[in-house]
Design a protein around this ligand. Structure first.
Ligand SMILES: Nc1ncnc2c1ncn2[C@@H]1O[C@H](COP(=O)(O)OP(=O)(O)OP(=O)(O)O)[C@@H](O)[C@H]1O
Length: 455
C-alpha cells in the first residue's frame, strides 16, 4: 500500500507495520500537535462484513475500557473507499517482543512488565472480554515520565465472555494460545488468557516461548535462581487442564506482584547493580527527609536476605526493612490519632508506595515505626486499624523485646497487615510498628522486631 498523505485531519508520517488484517501508520494530529497511530483495515478485507464488524468491535472495546494499561482509541472513521480506521495512542517504544529479542531482562523488570500486562488483561476481564491473542508482539510500550509503560494492544480476536461458548473458529497464535483455543468450537473462558499470560511470563523470564503443551520444563531450569513460587505460578498457568490454572488475570497478577515484593530478593546475582540507580535516588530523597539509609545484609529468616537499615538523623531509632520494599522514604509521617494521643511523635516510613501507606485497598508494602513514651496498652490502637475483621493477637517475648503483635494475615485483599507494640524489658519507651507485606510471613515480622535499635 502506498503512503497516503492524510487520514482526515491526521497527517501521515510513516508506516509502523502491517498485520494480517490491517496496516498501522504513524500520523500527526496537527490541531493538538500530538502523534497518533492509525490502524486501517486492509483493502482485501474491506468488503467482508464480519471482518469490518470485528474491526469496529475492537475499537469499541478499547474505547469503553479506557485503561492506563490498554491502547486507547480516540476516534474511528471510514475512508472514501469504505475502509474503516481507528485513531490510537502511539506506542513509541516498540513492543515487548522487541525488548525480549534485545537480551535477557533483569528479573525485577520482567516481573514489573508482567504485572502491568496482567493489569491490562484484568481490566478486559472486568469488562467481560477475553483477549484471545496475548503475546509479546501485542504488548506495546510507551515512554512516560516515570519510565516505560505497557499498553496491551490488538484486540482483533477479542470476544465477549458471554459469547465464549459459541466460538466456532480456532483463533490465537500457536505457542501462546491455550490448548482449548486450538479446538474449533471449544468453549473458552478467561482462563485461556491466563494460559497466554503464563506463556508471555515464560518468554519474558527465559527469553524463549514455552514448548507446545504440555509444558514440562520449568523456567528455573533455563534461568537458575528463580524463586520457586515463580516456577510454580508459570507452570500452573500453562496447565493443560484449565481447572489447575489461576482463576483469572487478577489472581495471576496478584501472585506475580507478591513474588516481586517478597522480602527475599528473587535472584542472588548482581542485586546491587540492578538497584544501584533507584537506590541512589531513594537515598538522596531520604537524606532530604532527615533519614539515613544504609544497606546491610543480614541473616533474616532465609539466609542472604538484604535489609535496608533506616534511621532518623537524630539516631533515636534504626529499623531494618527488606530491600524490595524500601523504595520510598518519609520521616515525619504523622502517627495515627490514637497513637498521637498516647504521645507518639511522627515516625519513619520506608515502603514501596509511601503515598498509599494508609490505603489498605491499594498494595503498598513496607514498615512504619514510631516511639511512644512509657508502656501504654495499645490494644485500642490496633482495634481501629483499617483491615476488615478482628486481628489475631499474639504476645512477643525475646531477649531484647516484649510486647504484643496484632495481625490480619489477609487485609482487604492486599496482603498481610501487622501492628506491633514492643519495649525493651524494664525500659519505659514503646516502639510501635506497622508492617505491610504481600504474603503473611510471621518470621519476617519477628525479624523486623528483632532488628529494631532504640537509643
Ligand atoms: N498503537 C500503536 N503504536 C505503535 N505501533 C503500533 C500500534 N499498534 C500497532 N502497532 C504496530 O503496527 C504493526 C501492525 O500491528 P497489527 O496490530 O495490525 O498487527 P500485528 O499484531 O503485527 O499482527 P496480527 O494482527 O496479524 O497479529 C505491529 O508492528 C505493531 O507493533
Amino acid at each position: 500500500m502506498s503512503q497516503p498523505e492524510a487520514f482526515g485531519r491526521y497527517r501521515v508520517i510513516r508506516r509502523l507495520g502491517s498485520g494480517s488484517f490491517a496496516t498501522v501508520w504513524l500520523a500527526q494530529d496537527d490541531l493538538l500537535n500530538y502523534p497518533v497511530a492509525i490502524k486501517v483495515l486492509a483493502e482485501n478485507w474491506a468488503h467482508q462484513m464480519d471482518i469490518q464488524h470485528r474491526f469496529l468491535e475492537e475499537a469499541r472495546i478499547l474505547r469503553q475500557t479506557d485503561s492506563t494499561w490498554l491502547v486507547a482509541v480516540h476516534d474511528v472513521d471510514v475512508l472514501p473507499d469504505g475502509r474503516p480506521y481507528m485513531v490510537m495512542t502511539y506506542a513509541d517504544q516498540g513492543s515487548v517482543a522487541d525488548l525480549v529479542h534485545r537480551g535477557q531482562l533483569p528479573l525485577d523488570e520482567a516481573l514489573r512488565l508482567l504485572t502491568e500486562i496482567g493489569q491490562g488483561i484484568t481490566v478486559l476481564h472486568g469488562h467481560g472480554t477475553i483477549h484471545r491473542d496475548i503475546k509479546p508482539s501485542n504488548v506495546l510500550l510507551q515512554s512516560s515520565p516515570v519510565g516505560q509503560r505497557v499498553l496491551v494492544a490488538d484486540l482483533g480476536f477479542a470476544k465477549s465472555i458471554d459469547e465464549a461458548s459459541g466460538f466456532t473458529a480456532a483463533a490465537g497464535t500457536p505457542g501462546y494460545m491455550s490448548p482449548e483455543q486450538s479446538i474449533p468450537g471449544g468453549d473458552l473462558d478467561v482462563r485461556s488468557d491466563v494460559y497466554s499470560l503464563g506463556a508471555v511470563a515464560y518468554e519474558l523470564i527465559t527469553g524463549r516461548p514455552p514448548s507446545r503443551p504440555p509444558v514440562r520444563v520449568a523456567p528455573g531450569r533455563i534461568r537458575p535462581g528463580l524463586p520457586p513460587a515463580l516456577d510454580d505460578l508459570i507452570l500452573s498457568a500453562l496447565s493443560v487442564d484449565r481447572e489447575s490454572r489461576p482463576a483469572d488475570a487478577k489472581t495471576f497478577t496478584d501472585r506475580v506482584r507478591a513474588i516481586r515484593m517478597a522480602p527475599n530478593p528473587p535472584e542472588n546475582s548482581s542485586w546491587w547493580n540492578r538497584y544501584r540507580m533507584p537506590w541512589q535516588r531513594a537515598g538522596a530523597l531520604a537524606l532530604a527527609c532527615g533519614l539515613l539509609v544504609t544497606v546491610v545484609t543480614a541473616s533474616f529468616g532465609a539466609p542472604g536476605v538484604s535489609l535496608a537499615s533506616v534511621r532518623n538523623t537524630t539516631e533515636e531509632m534504626r529499623v531494618g526493612v527488606p530491600t524490595a520494599w524500601a523504595r520510598e522514604f518519609h520521616s515525619g509521617q504523622e502517627a495515627r490519632p490514637a497513637l498521637a494521643a498516647a504521645g507518639a511523635g511522627p515516625g519513619l516510613l520506608a515502603a514501596t508506595d509511601a503515598d498509599d501507606w494508609h490505603s489498605t485497598d491499594i498494595p503498598s508494602y513496607g514498615v512504619y515505626a514510631t516511639v511512644v513514651p512509657g508502656t501504654p496498652d495499645l490494644r485500642g490502637v490496633a482495634g481501629t486499624e483499617p483491615c476488615a475483621g478482628a486481628p489475631e493477637e499474639r504476645g512477643f517475648h525475646s531477649d531484647g523485646w516484649e510486647g504484643m503483635v496484632w495481625e490480619w494475615p489477609e487485609c482487604n485483599g492486599n496482603g498481610a497487615y501487622s501492628t506491633v507494640a514492643v519495649h525493651p524489658p524494664g525500659t519505659p519507651r514503646t516502639v510501635y510498628l506497622e508492617i505491610r507485606q504481600p504474603e503473611y510471613r510471621p518470621d519476617v515480622v519477628d525479624e523486623i522486631i528483632e532488628k529494631v535499635e532504640l537509643r
